[in-house]
Design a protein around this ligand. Structure first.
Ligand SMILES: *Cc1c(COP(=O)(O)O)cnc(C)c1O
Length: 390
């Protein structure tokens, strides 16, 4: 679509500088330099250094979890989670509405992803469609708390228990979310979280694995360091999944402001909601009962007929005025060339995921975004709807 088409209509709402979908809030450079001073002095750059140990402790306190291991990123955390439970072949049931890392971690573990359709309200794996996908080859269930919205944990656990399957949560988006008074990342046999630059809490690259016993935490810590137990013994075929001191240092500083980041995003989310509520054809997600959200994403669905324009046209129009929303998650993972031939990837089997992937748009949301900017984004969306209706 030519951007010129929107020039007249949207000129008043155009941004001079691009508004990305997200942006990390960084600590003052001097604080980072100060903390790195200790690293320079010690010459200790990685392998469970002082800052790594401190960040692990601080995260356990912040999240109120007993067993947490830092990793170099969320994807390696997924790989290590699968190894930790000795899942290295067979099938694992997951969702197609996720970031590529989720099914790819299965593929790299020689596991066949089996895609399960999603729930129309939460966009998370639909437990009602789960049991039909279980076969003698099923080894585990890997649901994703998409946008930090809790999965239907009780229903998933009930199916898992009936079949003796472990549940690994991809909680990449769920840092800081509470569910029934407890950290969402503390649910499931294992859960992983990502500290990528685009995530709510960031170490640049990084992640963590949350487990539930000292033995499992120790096993994960061996696995992330080549399986090395001491100079003379290598216990498992591990990997290099360690977080460096440079990343841990950034994490220690960003952790100090994560509550403030959540508060700011909450206020911006309220602006979006107040302004976009009731616009015909826009569907805003509802908040989950018993959950305290982290406001990591602001996703809307756009119904082409009612709104008057398709999601893709809205996306193109906003881009033409320097607003850069993202179609998280489009295309579905089941559409990737590497998975589209799988029986579970058939479009007919995933009607809700197919529709949501065509309608979803994540609008810009980050702590340093101003209320005025959010209002301008909303005015542009209103202008598009008014234009489409005429
Ligand atoms: C970001 C993300 C990951 C991967 O995390 P990295 O730290 O980037 O490796 C996994 N799953 C989901 C759902 C994600 O959004």
């Amino acid at each position: 679509m030519s951007t010129a088409k929107w020039d007249g209509l949207l000129r008043d709402y155009a941004f001079k500088d691009p508004i990305p979908v997200t942006r990390p809030t960084l600590p003052p450079l001097e604080s980072y330099a100060d903390l790195l001073g200790t690293v320079w002095d010690s010459r200790w750059l990685t392998n469970s250094g002082e800052l790594h140990e401190r960040l692990e402790r601080h995260l356990k306190t912040f999240l109120k979890v007993d067993h947490l291991s830092l990793l170099c990123n969320g994807t390696v955390a997924l790989l290590v989670a699968l190894q930790a439970l000795d899942i290295q072949e067979g099938e694992v049931i997951t969702t197609p509405f996720t970031f590529p890392a989720t099914p790819h971690a299965l593929h790299w573990s020689r596991i066949t992803p089996v895609f399960c359709d999603i729930d129309a309200e939460t966009f998370n794996l639909d437990p009602n469609k789960l049991e039909d996908l279980i076969t003698p080859r099923t080894k585990a269930i890997l649901p994703v708390h998409v946008y930090g919205t809790p999965c239907d944990i009780d229903a998933i656990q009930a199916v898992a228990d009936r079949h003796g399957l472990p549940v690994i949560y991809d909680a990449a988006h769920a840092f800081g979310v509470k569910y029934r008074g407890r950290a969402l990342v503390d649910y499931g046999d294992l859960a992983i979280v990502s500290f990528h630059a685009t995530k709510l809490f960031t170490t640049g690259e990084g992640g963590a694995l949350i487990s539930h016993s000292p033995e499992m935490e120790q096993r994960v810590n061996y696995l992330k360091n080549f399986g090395i137990a001491d100079e003379e013994s290598v216990l498992y075929p591990g990997i290099n999944g360690k977080m460096s001191e440079l990343h841990a240092a950034l994490g220690l500083l960003t952790l100090e402001s994560v509550d403030e980041e959540i508060t700011k995003r909450k206020a911006l989310t309220q602006c979006y909601r107040e302004s976009l509520q009731g616009v015909p054809g826009l569907i805003l997600s509802s908040e989950t009962a018993e959950a305290e959200p982290n406001y990591a994403y602001f996703a809307i669905l756009i119904d082409t007929n009612t709104f008057g324009m398709s999601r893709d046209d809205v996306n193109d129009a906003l881009r033409s005025i320097n607003i850069f929303p993202r179609k998280y998650f489009h295309p579905l993972c089941s559409h990737y060339a590497c998975y589209e031939e799988l029986p579970s990837a058939s479009r007919d089997a995933l009607p809700v995921a197919e529709r949501v992937a065509e309608q979803v748009l994540c609008l810009p949301l980050y702590g340093e975004l101003s209320v005025e900017s959010v209002n301008t984004v909303c005015q542009a969306v209103h202008a598009l709807h008014d234009h489409a209706r005429r």
